[in-house]
Ligand binder design. Structure first.
Ligand SMILES: [Ca+2]
Ligand SMILES: [Ca+2]
Length: 243
């Protein structure tokens, strides 16, 4: 059991990490209100599982493993992904996810500029319990976009991350300062892969959960899809938060 060592810092972190979606925002407001009114309030964070994806793929569906940055990662994925499923969870009100997300090659972020007038962003999603039939406003998910594209004044392939789609942020906003070579199409480009340390908290209180990570990448160029753009994921920690 882990208790946040710094209550003040934890509140700030919660505010920054939480998902500004209306349905989640309600839960977040309740949490922050309670935090602000209680001087002896304990938030307990318990690690459910940590994956480094070197050899242990417990409760992972669709295991697809490769090597990148001298470590094993899940992926690469293009118009696919994976999920982690858990039953018999102890009491909790939130689930926290932290992981390294590698964005490989030509991601265009909010728009692929295909000129067809259609929504054609490079979407990346986390979705909770996608198998459950619930009303749209009850669905817990986070949809965003990433961009490895150029970003100069007047010509920028913007991305939504760290916010939800649609939001306008510069390409590579909040990416790790150190870039990596691309995985395939940009394998000779030292900035061809960007790395994000994602840290998000979602409202969840059921005793079982399926957490899905997937994309809906859009492409016009006549390259192999997995070579043109893809993503992979490593060092995933799933934690339960109880208040
Ligand atoms: Ca690894
Ligand atoms: Ca694209």
């Amino acid at each position: 059991m882990i208790t946040f060592p710094n209550q003040k810092k934890s509140k700030k972190a919660l505010l920054k990490q939480a998902i500004p979606k209306s349905k989640e925002f309600f839960f977040l407001c309740c949490l922050l209100l309670t935090l602000g009114c209680s001087s002896n309030f304990d938030i307990v964070e318990e690690r459910l599982y940590f994956y480094d994806f070197e050899s242990d793929y417990t409760n992972i569906d669709s295991v697809f493993v490769s090597e990148f940055n001298n470590t094993r990662v899940l992926g690469p994925f293009n118009n696919s992904g994976f999920s982690s499923h858990w039953d018999n969870l102890p009491e909790h009100q939130y689930i926290r996810l932290t992981f390294n997300l590698y964005i490989h090659d030509t991601w265009e972020g909010n728009s692929n500029d295909s000129g067809n007038g259609l929504l054609d962003h490079d979407a990346w999603m986390i979705e909770f319990d996608p198998h459950l039939k619930v009303k749209p406003h009850e669905k817990v998910y986070f949809e965003t976009t990433f961009s490895n594209g150029p970003c100069i004044p007047g010509w920028c392939f913007t991305q939504s991350y760290p916010d939800e789609f649609p939001s306008n942020n510069r390409a590579r906003t909040e990416a790790n300062p150190k870039d990596f070579y691309g995985r395939c199409l940009y394998e000779d480009t030292p900035t061809g892969t960007s790395l994000y340390r994602v840290d998000k908290i979602f409202p969840h209180n059921k005793s079982s959960v399926v957490i899905a990570f997937y994309d809906r990448l859009k492409q016009d160029a006549p390259f192999d899809k997995l070579c043109e753009e893809s993503w992979s994921l490593d060092n995933l920690t799933i934690s339960l938060i109880k208040r």
